[in-house]
Design a protein around this ligand. Sequence first.
Ligand SMILES: Nc1ncnc2c1ncn2[C@@H]1O[C@H](COP(=O)(O)OP(=O)(O)OP(=O)(O)O)[C@@H](O)[C@H]1O
Ligand SMILES: [Mg+2]
Length: 252
Amino acid sequence: MMETTDSNRNLLSVEEIDTYIGQFHILEGVSVDVAKGSITVLLGRNGAGKTTTLKTIMGLTPPRNGRVIFDGQEIQGKQAFKIANFGIGYVPENRAVFRALTVMENLKLAERKKGDLDRHADFIFELFPDLERLSKLKGNHLSGGQQQMLAVARALVPDNKLLLIDEPSEGLAPILIQQMMEAIRKLRETTTILLVEQNFIMASQLAERYVIIDDGKSVHRGLMSDLVQNQDLIHQYLGASIQAPISTSEVQ
Ligand SMILES: Nc1ncnc2c1ncn2[C@@H]1O[C@H](COP(=O)(O)OP(=O)(O)OP(=O)(O)O)[C@@H](O)[C@H]1O
Ligand SMILES: [Mg+2]
């Protein structure tokens, strides 16, 4: 299959970014394209630089070199809250929910504009029915899986054009992985997603395209349908991170 080079079709283009954390050169020329209305997944071993790539896009670890183009404009170097306001939702890997606040309060706090939650509540609760049932419960009474759903739900409260979701299946029981996959699949109908997901089964079933990050560099990209047939590539770069199939993955 031919690679598309038409940058107009990309909602997000990350071009050759270099990111330092302290004196450490963590990302060395990472490039990632995300086409509008698609799911692209970042794959790679532990410590490869997947999370840092998402943080760099969000302006949390700004790049020293390179460009991040979102919806036609350069956003690298802007402050994180401004980048979010352009319409990028970020779900970090550590389930950032307020544990002392209820589910509803957590959602309310995620508003960017007045009325965001009212406008999107039906959609959110349709995706995650458990959250409606538990809406009065505090974050610290939710299971790990429910917190993960709440973390994703918070990114759906404001109008976002792009969602960056870091390891949504991590630590989830198989049944919840299925629910999360279903929710992300439905989300694709209305938004564009850049996903980090080490569960290869989940990644391969959700994403149309992949980018492999290895040792701070983007080393391969293409169609997921090609990657699933390329055992050599999977073994070379993902060998250590391919998890057991969903049915036998760890129960949280
Ligand atoms: N605050 C920090 N200070 C120093 N090094 C860091 C810091 N944060 C991340 N790193 C290093 O940057 C590299 C990339 O980390 P990153 O979290 O982006 O990897 P990752 O691909 O998301 O890994 P994982 O699959 O474990 O989540 C790692 O070598 C990590 O040790
Ligand atoms: Mg990570």
